[in-house]
Design a protein around this ligand. Sequence first.
Ligand code: GCU
Length: 625
Amino acid sequence: MKKIVSALFLLAFQTFAFAQEPAPYAQITNVLSRNTVSLSGDWNTLVDLYEEGFYNYRGKAKPLDQTMFMDQSFFADETRLVEYDFDHAPILKVPGDWNTQRADLYRYEGTIWYRKSFDWTRKEGKRYFLYFGAANYTSIVGLNRQLLGKHVGGFTPFDFEVTDVLKEGKNSLVVKVDNRRHTQDVPTTTFDWWNYGGITRDVCIIETPATFIRDYSLSLRKEAVPSDPKAAKKAERDVLKYGRTIEGWVRLDGAQASQTVTVEIPELNVRQQVTANAEGYAPFSFKAKVGLWSPESPKLYDVRISSGDDSVSDRIGFRTIEARGNELYLNGKKIFCRGVCIHEEKPYDAGGRSFSKEDARTLLGWVKELNGNFVRLAHYPHNETMIRTAEEMGIMVWSEIPVYWHIDWTNPETYANAENQLVENITRDRNRANIIIWSVSNETPLGDARLKFLSKLIDKAHEMDPTRLVSSAMEKTYIDRNTVTCNDPLAEKVDLMSFNEYVGWYDGDADKCDRVKWVFDIKKPVFISEFGGGALAGRHGDVKQRFTEENQEYLFQKQVVMFSKMEGLAGTTPWILKDFRSPKRFLTGIQDDYNRKGLISENGQKKKAFAVMQKWYEQLKKEYE
Ligand code: GCU
C-alpha cells in the first residue's frame, strides 16, 4: 500500500509540478546576515542523461522509493538491485557550474543528481530553512527521502522549510538539477550565452527562532518635486530642517506574528518601534537627516531590525531616482549612466559562473577603470555578492530577468515563471540602493501577445517597487534610409527609452554612424542598452577588417561621435565588458565558442576600444560633476 501511496504522491507531485509552477512565495531575504550552516563544498554527483533516476524504461515516473532521492548505497545490502551509489560517486564543487569543472561536462545539457550528506544536531524551538542561491535550470529537492519541492529558473534564490524534515545525526540531501532548454522556459531554447548548469550559487541551512523576520524594505519616500520654484525652495529648506522621510515595512513569520518590531539606524539616532498585525506585517515611516547614496559618495548605514528572539542586520543606502522628461535625476541631480554590460562569468580564462567577492571586485574594478558608474547585469539576476559589492563601490545597476528574444508569449505557465523570477529578483534585492532599474526583457520581437506579457510584468514591477525605474532593452527601427528611432509600443509603459543598436556591426559599417540621424517622439530619457562589435585581442589590421582591434576601436570612435548628436541620451552600456562563452560563436581561430564583443578578453587583456570608452566617460564624468 505504501508503495502505491508514494507513487501516487510522486506522480501527483510531478503532474502538479510540471503542469504549473508553485505560486511566488516570500523567500527569506538577507541570508548573508543570518545564522546559517553552509552546505557548500564537495557534493557527490551522478550524470543522468536518460533520467534513469526519475523515470522507468517506459518513461513513467518511478515510485518515489525507486528514485535516486532514496540515496541508497549499493554496498549496504548487496542482495538488493540498486544501480547507483552516491557514496562512491564523483565530486562536483558547490557553488559552481558543472561545465567548467569537468571536460566531459563542457557542453552537457541534462540532469545531474547532487547528493550532500551531513550531520545535524537538532535544537528545540528553532525553525530551519534550506536555501539555494540559485541552480540552473530546474531543481527538484529531496531531504531524507522526502520531496521538498521544485524550483524553475536559473538565477534567483529559493528556500524550503525543513524544520520537521531535518534529522538528528546523518541527513541526506539530494537535488536533481536539469539544465535542458524548452520552448516554454524563461529564457527559451536559444540565447547568446553558455548554458551553464548546476548548483551555481551557495547552499545553506538557515536557523531562525519560531517567529522570525522573513523580509523587510527601507527606502526614501518618493516626494514629488514641486513645479513652483517657491514651493521647491521651501521643500529643500524643510529637508535641511527636518530631514527626509524613510518608509518601509517588516514581514514576520511565525505564531507570534503580532509582536513588536524595532528598527534602528544608530548613526542617525533612529530607534522606531511598531507592532506587527496578525499577519506579521509592520509598516513604518520616520524622518531622518540621512546622507544620500550616490556613485561619488556610496553611503551605507548599519540598520538593525529586531523582533522577539530574532534580529537581522543590513547595510542600506538611501537615494532617489527619477525620470523628468528626457533626463535622469539621482537625488535631484541630473546624471549620465556611464555603463557597460556584464555577463556573470569569472573574469579570467577558467570562465564559468562567477559568484565570489574576489570575482566581483575584479569585474567591477574594470568598470571603475573605464570611468564607469553603472553596469547592466545581463541578461538575468546576478549573484547577490555582485550587487552588494557594486553598491559598496558606488556603481549603479540595471537588473534584468531573462525574458530574452522569442519567448512563448501565449503560454500562461511561461508568464507565471517570468513573473516568479521577477518577484524573486525584486524580493532579494529591493534594499540595494544601487539598483535603479528593473528590466523585464531583452530584444523581444513585436506582437500583441508579447506586448500584453511584458506590460503585465512592467505593472508587476511598478506595483512591487514604486521607488525604481522599470525598463526593457527594446530595438531600434528605421523610419527611412538614415533616420532611426525606437517606436516599440512598449515605450509607452517603460520609464526609460532603452534599446540595443549595432550600427557598424550587424547594421552596415562603422562609417554608417556618421549618416544615421536619431529622432524620438516620446519624451523619456534615452538609454543605449547595447552597442559594439567584435575583436579578437591581439588581432591587428586595417580599420575595415572585421574582428581586428582597430576595427572595434574605429567603431567605438564613430559611435561616441554619433551619441554626441543624440537628443536626451542619459546612459550607454556597450556590449560588453568581457568576451564570454556562447554556443552561437563558431568562427574557428577567432571566436572558438566566445562572443568577442568584449572590451577585455577572457584572459583580462584590454583591447584598444577600451581606451575609447574610458576617454569618453572621463569627459562625461567632468561634464556632469
Ligand atoms: C544582442 C543580445 C546579446 C547578444 C548580442 C550579440 O543584442 O542582446 O545577448 O550577445 O546581441 O549579438 O553579441
